[in-house]
Design a protein. Structure first.
Length: 611
């Protein structure tokens, strides 16, 4: 996830671009850069690693002036966060910024290298600069040059391109990554998101996938990728700049819950080969991980909950023995490790001190260490690189302290790993693998359908927002979902909440049950369903109020529950990817009703870098 912006008009572009990047910085801050075509017709570029303030310092020392320019704030995907990899990338007078991931970049890079093209960065983006520059050299106009290369590139992209050959023109193209056009008076804007240019215009056009736009100071023309003119009506937005930074959502957490369908799709993107149900684990070193005969998963907080669910996936699909440890405990229990043991660290930030410590200890004991991380180039990712490697979740920047989309994408990554090991170890047939993968690919639209029914969760949240204690119950893969539901609620609403294995209730916790303690049961279809229902009936018999998450088509559940929320039917191993979503929204709306600081709850930090 990166932020991109472009300006063409009559004002000096630099402060407009920098201001826009500031509003887009939530999308990533590994590096930032701007390119300006100045009055001499030449392109001038400044880039800096780290937050935008570093670029600001460079620009104060070496100002750039010109009325056409583009800018980028990077959340690294391909290539480390270095100045060489920072955007914009320029080749032979063609300059480009890109948000997205090209799936076939290696193939294209090899093709270009065979034509003696020299690369300056490790990014997928530079490939497009070369391809467009080749077309410009053949005499094509900038829009034709961009249009002609698009059939060759596979993946997701929002591109913004300028060229010294057309010093008054910006060309943009969109496939799966967002692009908005801001319409001004004798000036026009292009950006990843509305806030970037909300200071200058309220009139916007949202480009659709498969559309391109050509921007000049006085006009914008929109075509499809074949060059057919498109008629589009601008939208006038009434948002304040502050709201818009959260894309219209009240909190980043809410926005991130809504980003889950896209995040899941991005984790899967380019990794699945359906013909033979094999998984392309880019970043992971199969020669290191394939020989392991035992796996220890280690993590903290929400990532640990993902690991607990991963154990069900890996043991069932790949028949590999899995232990799951809190990283803060693993390090101090003298674990038995050898070169046939895999140590899988799960961490959104890749910086959690205990998880990082566990990785280092395991590496010293000759275990094969590998990671599931969201933040590219993070410490855990770097530590794992020369051992088992790292599988990135590509969930995009997660700002809310309460982890949501990171969790769901960690589950996707674990499921992909389970299929990989299952196919390698011969425990999973091609047909069963294809079936699993087809179900996985349905998850984004299933999540959409849950989000579309948010109103009923708001109503439930309002009914229970005054409770002092909550219990969350589940069995099998839904037990860690119960733990996660309780964690979400306690960390953002400050209500005491506990997650339990439903079968454990009668061994003690049932003593807590009375009419004042709401109990959230996760009772989706599957082998544990009957037993879970019996446990929930026992709670109901003690006057407990029951909110139940059930599978679509469960005709019995309404007679057991006070409130029911149904989720689409999938398989028991994939149920957690869906059942957690109503729990995230329930926690969110209870916290919102209480008026707590949802994105930055008291006493917490997004990355825990102390032990
Ligand atoms: O970045 P990590 O995944 O390593 O972080 C682990 C925990 O600190 C994190 O999941 C924490 O529990 C979240 N605040 C939960 O929402």
């Amino acid at each position: 996830m990166c932020g991109i912006i472009g300006y063409v008009g009559y004002q000096n572009a630099t402060p407009i671009l920098v201001d826009g990047l500031r509003r887009l910085e939530y999308r990533g801050y590994d590096s930032a850069g701007v390119a300006i075509i100045s009055a001499d017709g030449k392109t001038h570029i400044h880039r800096a690693v780290g937050k935008l303030r570093n670029l600001d310092t460079v620009l104060r020392e070496h100002p750039l002036t010109g009325s056409l320019g583009i800018g980028h704030t990077r959340w690294a995907t391909h290539g480390r966060p270095t100045e060489e990899n920072a955007h914009p990338h320029t080749i032979d007078g063609v300059t480009i910024v890109h948000n997205g991931i090209l799936e076939n970049y290696l193939e294209l890079r090899h093709m270009l290298e065979a034509r003696d093209r020299q690369f300056r960065s490790e990014t997928d983006t530079e490939i497009m600069a070369h391809l467009i520059a080749e077309q410009i050299a053949k005499g094509h106009a900038l829009d034709e040059a961009v249009r002609s290369i698009l059939p060759q590139v596979r993946g997701t992209y929002a591109l913004v391109v300028i060229s010294e050959s057309h010093p008054n023109t910006i060309v943009t193209a969109k496939n799966a990554s967002p692009i908005v056009l801001g319409l001004g008076d004798n000036e026009n804007f292009v950006a990843s998101d509305i806030p970037a240019c909300l200071e200058y215009t309220r009139s916007f056009v949202f480009l659709e996938d498969g559309q391109m736009a050509i921007l000049r100071p006085k006009d914008i023309s929109i075509t499809d990728f074949e060059g057919n003119q498109q008629i589009v009506e601008p939208t006038t937005v009434t948002w304040s700049p502050i709201m818009a930074e959260k894309g219209g959502h009240k909190h980043f957490m809410h926005k991130e819950i809504y980003e889950q369908p896209t995040a899941v799709a991005n984790t899967i993107l380019g990794r699945v080969s359906m013909e033979d149900a094999t998984i392309h684990l880019d970043g992971v070193n199969p020669e290191h991980i394939d020989p392991i005969d035992r796996l220890i998963i280690t993590a903290c907080g929400t990532s640990w909950h993902a690991g607990l669910i991963g154990k069900f996936m890996l043991e069932h699909i790949a028949r590999i023995p899995v232990e799951v440890d809190l990283a803060s405990e693993f390090r101090y229990r003298d674990p038995i490790l050898d070169n046939k043991t895999g140590l899988l660290a799960i961490s959104q930030s890749g910086e959690t001190a205990d998880t990082l410590g566990a990785v280092k200890d395991a590496k010293a004991a000759h275990a094969v260490v590998f990671g599931i991380c969201n933040v590219i180039g993070s410490s855990i990712a770097r530590e794992c690189k020369n051992s088992g490697g790292v599988l990135y979740t590509h969930a995009g920047l997660e700002i809310g302290v309460a982890s949501t989309k990171a969790f769901v994408t960690q589950l996707v990554a674990l499921f992909l790993l389970a299929i990989h090991f299952g196919r390698k170890r011969g425990t999973l047939s091609i047909t069963d693998g294809q079936d699993h993968l087809n179900r996985l690919r349905e998850i984004p639209s299933h999540i959409e359908s849950i989000l579309a029914r948010e109103a009923s969760l708001i109503a439930i949240a309002r009914r229970y927002a005054r409770a002092k204690d909550f219990l969350f119950l589940g069995r099998g893969p839904n037990y860690p979902v119960a733990l996660e539901g309780a964690l979400k609620l306690k960390e953002i609403s400050y209500i005491h909440a506990e997650g339990y294995a439903a079968g454990e209730m009668k061994h003690g916790p049932i003593a807590l049950v009375d009419e004042h303690v709401p109990i959230v049961g996760i009772a989706t279809a599957g082998p544990s369903y009957q037993k879970t229902i019996s446990n929930l009936e026992e709670v109901r018999a003690r006057n407990g109020k029951l909110i139940i998450i059930a599978s679509e088509g469960d005709s019995r559940i309404a007679s057991v529950a006070d409130d029911v929320f149904v989720i689409p039917k999938t398989t028991p191993l994939l149920d957690p990817l869906l059942s957690v979503v109503p729990l995230q929204l329930l926690a969110y709306h209870i916290a919102d009703a209480k008026g707590t600081d949802i994105d930055q709850p008291r006493n917490l930090a997004k990355s825990v870098t102390v032990e």
